[in-house]
Ligand binder design. Sequence first.
Ligand code: GLC
Length: 548
Amino acid sequence: MRQEIDYIGRSASVGASKTEPQTDQPWWQRAVIYEIAAISFQDSNGDGIGDLPGLRRRLDYLRWLGVDAIWLTPIYRSPMLDLGYDISDFRNTDPRFGSMEDFDRLVDDIHSHGMRVILDFVPNHTSDQHPWFVESRSSKQNCKRNWYVWADPAPNGGPPNNWTSRFGGSAWQYEPNTNQYYYHAFLVQQPDLNWRNPEVREEMAGILRFWMARGVDGFRMDASAVLAEDELMRDDPPNPTADENTPPPEHLKRVFTDDRPESMTYIEELRSVIDTFEERVLAGEVQGKTDRIGHFYGGERPRLHLPLNFALLDSPWDALSLQASIDAYFNAIPAGAWPTWVIGGHDKRRIASKIGQAQARNLAVLLLTLRGTPFLFAGDELGAEQVNIPSDRIRDPFEKLVPGHGLNRDPQRAPMRWDCSETGGFTSGEPWLPMSDADRAPNVQDAQADPLSLLALYRALIKLRKEHSTLIAGDFRPRRSRNDIITYERVDADASIMVALNLIDEPRLLEWNGSGVLLLSTGLDRDLDTVIGPLLLRPNEGVIIALK
Ligand code: GLC
């Protein structure tokens, strides 16, 4: 860890930036947030499924890495048809993951490690096994009937309208028992709750209170844009950009089921529940493109604290495209809104497979030096790539229902690799999904032993953020990207810090006249000394420089 020791000493002498974290920002603006699918993190009982006691055993690693908060994908009771996003009891853990006592112990331990915990909150739908739905489907007179979205057949007996499920086919499922259809934005086994019903809204608010009272620090709201559907049930229009290669669920534009004004009102209500507790956060998944992200922050009434932004994941990987994607995002959020940056997740292909290991180092710098809250997915800090899943091991319903379009999400959900053994230190049993290749894939043990690893770079960057509050709170000031180098500054009253990343595999000249102190190079192998521009960057190299 040569550079690390070096850089701690030198950064203290640079005096370019405050070393104390800024206290007037809420914790979720300063935090690095680390997403964990418990099922794939650490197994403790040999059943091949990660669990809460296993996760507890790995908290020292997370503290060592320096992340501030953990977001857990659903750990609630569930038939597990969709990674636990099909919930049959919102107020209980699934026994596969552990008991409520295990959960309480985990929360206590996370807090005593100086970290926070955010739970996934899935308000749009339940499992069809949820007692509410079992009642709802039983008869038209049942008191839970109106908790879900039921509609009469069209005059020809078919589905009420043309809405399609995101997982393929009609979004309506016929129930012969009561001669009506129920609506499901996702799986048939995930009926949508009826958010127009105040009883449903009150129940979901109670669930938030239940977990906050148990100590959780906030939520990541699943599918927040799709809570409400058009009351007139108007048909969706064709998607003009769809062709024969477009996955069938995308052949219509979801105008009347996505992003409806009523959904925004319901998000505001949920936010007001969050705000009755101190220091809690509401992050949220917002479907769609960058240009729609702005209104998820809200106007007179606040909505989400942290609408998740996938611009870095979706952008083509060259300096001009990235410069434009970053700019488009900053343009799309309201003045004063706090940005977010996401580089991985349980629904997203591993970005290291797209941009390669060398550029994954520049991605780490972007994530941790752009203005906004960074989100990474367990394994991203190792450079985890897509894992090959043989067809007989596929678990993701999306791939089963819409095959052949590369939509399988299992390759990014493969278990965490802690060492180079066959089952990676993840389990003593048979892992629920195939593991990455023991010989070639990165693992925590080896990466911790290598002072130049990507993991070491993540750790150094997280430390650097904590030592230079400019990197957290400073303004973002773009510079003009040239010569395949993306470059920008973070600026406040105390310091100007320049970031410059060479996005190609050849040396490139950083045209800049000035001097500064090198805080970090992505190689972790340069002397951290005074540098004078212009500066020749090596292939794929990124640098962070405190300007004089
Ligand atoms: C969200 C989740 C995704 C899940 C879907 C249905 O988009 O992120 O994993 O399949 O909701 O719950």
